[in-house]
Design a protein around this ligand. Structure first.
Ligand SMILES: *Cc1c(COP(=O)(O)O)cnc(C)c1O
Length: 376
């Protein structure tokens, strides 16, 4: 890497003069792209796995009233004690485990990877949640991936070989997986945890929509950590995630956590929201019912292959070379979903739709039917 000599910048340098970030930032940054979020103003937004429902009016008022007790002139509780306790209780985390909170689970992924030696390897299946790779690369870590089978199941022999070969310090498994939506074979996951000398992170971002969790397994496997987020449950705007595991591991991670990473409004709002489990259960149930309906409707369409989902989104495959066209035409109809086709591999020709309200889902399905009929 070229050494940058700051003294060569003249003090009178005009503001328009170019400086080259590659001269002083890590070389990995040059080849990275920023995480892009499409502007969805005025569109039916079915691209980001958000819960389509907001608080009913009476609850909105209760929430606002609860915020009156917040003192924004003071720093937040650095340990977020009340919130942590509540999260442990609500999620039935074993008493022998500790949890750490993050500004979204994205921040926890970053903390985990920041804690690794720069020579460490990270392993995940492909396709997987993009932040595993994005953050690994931004930190200059060796990121390895093993393709899923064509039906998006873990390729266990290939995973075990990769564990042998790369000795990954961390393995990420999203369960259900994003962007494919399926749960992995439980026995395969257990074999991966047992075979690994490093940590295995079970990312349960979609736990609310699935009937499977590794939280009860935490006490069996010392190298297992389970990560969850409130984002997909209906609180994406709060930015709150947590990870549960062995106290020593959590204590180590806590050393590199910024002291006030969970702000006062998030702490208060999450404590309030967690006291309303019935509302979230109702919304989750409605989303799961709609998921079944959308799945069945997609199954009836010619030239669409739809994959079963245990999450709040559905992945489907179009006829070859049609995904980009269908995605663009849906946008013209005012409907934003996610185009995964550019990622290639198993995701070629694949689109992902988040389950919205009944009305939103109908609009999506009607627009898709229209578009498909025009394509023939
Ligand atoms: C959305 C998502 C996350 C990140 O969630 P935040 O808590 O909003 O940062 C993590 N993992 C998976 C698999 C996700 O789909």
């Amino acid at each position: 890497m070229q050494k940058y000599n700051f003294h060569t910048i003249p003090k009178t340098m005009p503001l328009t003069a170019k400086i080259n970030p590659n001269d002083f930032f890590r070389p990995e940054l040059a080849s990275l792209n920023a995480y892009k979020v499409v502007n969805a103003t005025g569109m039916i937004k079915l691209d980001a796995m958000e819960n389509p429902y907001s608080f009913p009016e009476d609850m909105l008022n209760q929430w606002l009233a609860s915020l009156k007790n917040c003192h924004l002139n003071r720093y937040p509780d650095p340990q977020a004690c009340e919130l942590k306790q509540l999260l442990q209780q609500v999620n039935q985390i074993p008493a022998t485990c500790e949890i750490l909170l993050g500004n979204g689970s994205d921040e926890i992924i970053q903390l985990l990877l920041m804690a690794l030696p720069t020579t460490a390897s990270v392993l995940a299946p492909a396709p997987a949640f993009v932040m595993y790779q994005q953050i690994s690369r931004s930190l200059g870590l060796d990121y390895q991936s093993v393709p899923l089978t064509p039906d998006f199941e873990l390729d266990l022999p290939a995973m075990l070989t990769a564990i042998q070969t790369y000795q990954p310090a961390i393995i990420f498994l999203a369960h259900p997986n994003n962007p494919t939506g399926n749960l992995f074979n439980l026995n395969a996951i257990k074999q991966i945890i047992t075979a690994s000398n490093g940590l295995v992170i079970l990312d349960e971002a979609y736990a609310a929509f699935a009937n499977s969790s590794f939280i009860p397994e935490l006490e069996k496997y010392p190298n297992l950590l389970v990560m969850r987020t409130l984002s997909k449950l209906g609180l994406a705007g709060l930015r709150l995630g947590f990870i549960a595991g062995q106290p020593d591991i959590i204590a180590s991670l806590d050393k590199i956590r910024l002291p006030y990473n969970i702000n006062t409004l998030t702490q208060a709002s999450a404590v309030f929201a967690l006291s309303k489990p019935e509302m979230f259960a109702q919304q989750t149930q409605a989303i799961c019912q709609q998921r079944t309906l959308v799945f069945k409707q997609l199954q009836t369409l010619d030239n669409i292959q739809v994959y079963p989902s245990s999450a709040n989104f559905i992945l489907f495959k179009t006829a070859p070379e049609q995904a980009n066209i269908i995605f663009a035409k849906l946008k013209q109809h005012g409907i934003l979903i996610k185009n995964l086709s550019p990622q290639g591999g198993l995701l070629s020709d694949c689109l992902r739709v988040t389950i919205g309200t009944e009305l939103e889902n109908k609009s999506f399905l009607n627009a898709l039917k229209t578009i498909l009929s025009e394509l023939i």
